[in-house]
Ligand binder design. Structure first.
Ligand code: IMP
Length: 181
């Protein structure tokens, strides 16, 4: 892993979690899912954009049948109400009586995952759990703490391995943390 700091847009970032540390964690999470969902109908749902790299690697490590779907959370203003309406774009799978595991790159405040869980629950799955590579306990205010967590990290901005800073940095193989000025 490079020890050099990098520049993305106007910010500097330090190397934080190496590619091999990420892969060790991904393998551990895949093994845990294999064990816990043995004999069960497993449906993975990955949240785009950030989770694409994590979802790809975890899929390659799961040595059993597993279906995957990629969804995007979209918020829009309802025409009749003043409130915001959320929907999951790309959710076409039948979930009734199936065991759903949501794949996230990072759970920060937990707002996104809470929304996704309530939208998925409307489809009557047998169970829903969250598997996230990164979790920021100090920022978390949600109702559903992820069951499967790769790394608990401090409340600092990170990029790489699918996560972006203003759309750049997603292609980095390792994770970088924002350098405080
Ligand atoms: P939450 O709703 O606050 O839990 O976070 C939702 C989304 O914010 C995540 O899925 C990421 O896309 C983004 N996010 C949160 N923290 C970071 C970070 O440190 N780096 C990059 N994106 C982040």
């Amino acid at each position: 892993m490079t020890t050099k700091e990098i520049q993305i847009h106007d910010k500097s970032f330090y190397p934080f979690i190496s590619e091999s540390e990420i892969m060790t964690s991904v393998k551990t999470l895949a093994k845990a899912l294999e064990k816990d969902y043995e004999g069960k109908d497993l449906l993975l749902i990955a949240i785009l954009n950030g989770a694409f790299m994590f979802a790809s690697d975890i899929m390659k490590c799961i040595q059993r049948d597993a279906e995957i779907s990629f969804v995007k959370v979209s918020s829009y203003k309802g025409t009749q109400t003043s409130g915001r309406v959320d929907e999951l774009i790309g959710l076409n799978n039948n979930m009734e009586n199936r065991h759903v595991v949501i794949l996230e790159d990072i759970v920060d405040t937990g707002i996104t995952i809470d929304k996704v869980i309530s939208l998925i629950n409307a489809n009557d799955p047998a169970s829903v759990e969250v598997c996230t590579l990164l979790y920021k306990p100090e920022a978390y205010k949600g109702k559903h703490k992820p069951k499967y967590i790769g790394f608990e990290i401090p409340n600092k901005f990170v990029v790489g391995y699918g996560l972006d800073y203003n759309e750049l940095g997603r292609n980095l193989k390792e994770l970088y943390q924002l350098k405080e000025e």
